[in-house]
Ligand binder design. Structure first.
Ligand code: 8X3
Length: 260
């Protein structure tokens, strides 16, 4: 926890799910001695989160901004215009991501294809590229990319999402190798079933269908992944937790071996 003291963390997709839980977990682990830049499309949610954080940790500096990570041209201005206190980012959490639909190849809508690739692939690359010059100047910093078990275990009806997450895996690995001469740490988190708004979004808002995804099993929750992210980024500087594949106890692969 001492290692987190006064660090600046930037989290994309911070209004819900794993991103939100990660913001809260950094506060808990550092006893509020942390600076958080939280971005998402839903500003109201971020405002609520900031209130919740500052109620418990009045000393925690929280900066929130409404930003759609797919608006590429806004990313660099956003970073350049961060308030002075938040400019010196130590940890980038590329969390924003989504699956859209469960259609088979041949039936996938253009909107779903673009939506996933824009967020899961292009935005993640753009944020990484935009923050990297700072990390290189400092010769330190942590980049945490949210992959998925879908990034190592492709399943039917998930072709685009699985493709995106395979991309995240390859991109993250290339980056870690490129940065071998630096102290920058590149970390990939590969969650299995985590009950967040993920399945509601995948099912285009159908809450009943979303519930079924976790029926009869005990899924993970955002805080379980947050716990790992905070653990990985608070190791000694000589240690990189390069990858973490995290399942609920009732899951052993993307599509098989569910204990229900
Ligand atoms: C989310 C996990 O199994 O729905 O990345 O693809 S899964």
């Amino acid at each position: 926890a001492q290692r987190l003291a006064n660090k600046t963390v930037l989290i994309t997709g911070a209004s819900s799910g794993i991103g939100r839980a990660t913001a809260l977990e950094y506060c808990a682990a550092s006893n509020g001695n942390i600076k958080l830049s939280l971005i998402a499309r839903r500003l109201e949610r971020l405002k609520e989160l900031k209130l919740i954080i500052n109620e418990k940790y009045p000393q925690t500096k929280v900066y929130i901004e409404k930003l759609d990570v797919t608006e590429t041209e806004k990313i660099r201005p956003f970073l350049e215009n961060l308030p002075e206190d938040f400019k010196d980012i130590d940890i980038l959490i590329n969390n924003a991501g989504k699956a859209l639909g469960s259609d088979k190849v041949g039936n996938i809508s253009q909107d779903d294809i673009q939506g996933m690739i824009q967020t899961d692939v292009i935005a993640l690359v753009n944020f990484t590229q935009a923050v990297l010059p700072l990390f290189k100047r400092k010769n330190k910093g942590d980049i945490v990319n949210l992959g998925s078990v879908a990034g190592i275990d492709a399943y039917p009806t998930g072709s685009i999402y699985c493709g995106c997450k395979h991309f995240v895996k390859a991109f993250t690995e290339s980056l870690r190798k490129e940065l071998i001469d630096t102290n920058i740490r590149v970390i990939e988190v590969l969650p299995g079933k985590v009950e967040t708004e993920f399945s509601v979004v995948r099912n285009h808002g159908d809450e009943l269908l979303a519930k079924k995804v976790y029926e009869g099993m005990e899924p993970l929750y955002g805080e379980d992944i947050a716990d790992f992210i905070v653990y990985a980024t608070s190791r000694k500087p000589n240690t990189v937790i390069a990858e973490g594949l995290i399942f609920p106890t009732s899951q052993a692969s993307a599509t098989h071996n569910f204990k229900r």
